[in-house]
Design a binder for this molecule. Structure first.
Ligand SMILES: [Zn+2]
Length: 219
């Protein structure tokens, strides 16, 4: 049996489209995971204190959310335990307020009690100290454990039928650690790329890593 080139093109197109619908192949799991290790965001004022007046962050690599990047610069963080955690990555660009995002496990090492929060909501959060090559900054508030959240574009929001600020349930197949996460916040913005952000505790507990696919469940 021989195929015409048009028939071959049609078959190839069908195969490619079947492969493209990876959601079906993964039981509907189509949201990639991005694991956030502990990191800090710095204000202009605190960048000056920690790294020197007028210092500018240098980019190590772009992150998946447009405009966000991991800087080469790192700080040491310390709390009441006086057990420092070194080489905590600074993420750029600078923000209006400094913020330190750690895991629950880190909080036990540092002996700080950060609330689980949406990034940017630092009112009344935990105090912590940052040490840089040129100085020290003690934040009276600013240390949080970031909530589980999913970034998505307006198109993806429409696709999943969710709006900015909604909460969804997420199923995780994991590696022998099948998990369901409740109360995952959806962040819809035209500048966002589809990705669910969890911290290292969550990733480890579910046996997943960067690029693992999870499924949004409608309740
Ligand atoms: Zn995020």
């Amino acid at each position: 049996m021989e195929y015409s080139s048009a028939e071959i093109a049609a078959i190839v197109k069908k195969v490619m489209s079947d492969m493209g619908s990876g959601a079906a192949a993964n039981g509907g799991a189509d949201v990639p995971i991005g694991v956030s290790n502990r990191h800090v965001h710095l204000s202009r004022e605190h960048l000056d204190v920690l790294f020197g007046k007028g210092y500018e962050l240098t980019k190590a690599k772009d992150l998946s959310q447009p405009g966000q990047y991991a800087a080469n610069e790192v700080v040491t963080i310390v709390g009441p335990s006086l057990r420092p955690i070194e080489k905590v990555r600074v993420l750029g660009p600078i923000r209006s307020a400094s913020q330190v995002e750690i895991s629950m496990t880190d909080s036990y090492v540092l002996k700080v009690k950060p609330p689980v929060r949406e990034s940017g909501k630092i009112e009344g959060s935990a105090p912590i100290t940052m040490i840089g090559p040129k100085g020290v900054v003690t934040l009276t508030e600013g240390c949080i454990i970031a909530n589980r959240h999913i970034h998505m574009s307006l198109e993806d929001g429409a696709k999943y039928g969710v709006a900015d600020g909604d909460y969804v349930t997420v199923d995780v197949e994991g590696k022998g650690k099948k998990t369901r996460w409740y109360g995952v916040q959806v962040r819809v913005n035209k500048a966002f790329a589809l990705e669910m952000h969890v911290d290292t505790d969550d990733a480890n507990a579910a046996g997943i890593g960067n690029g693992s696919l999870v499924k949004i469940v409608k309740e």
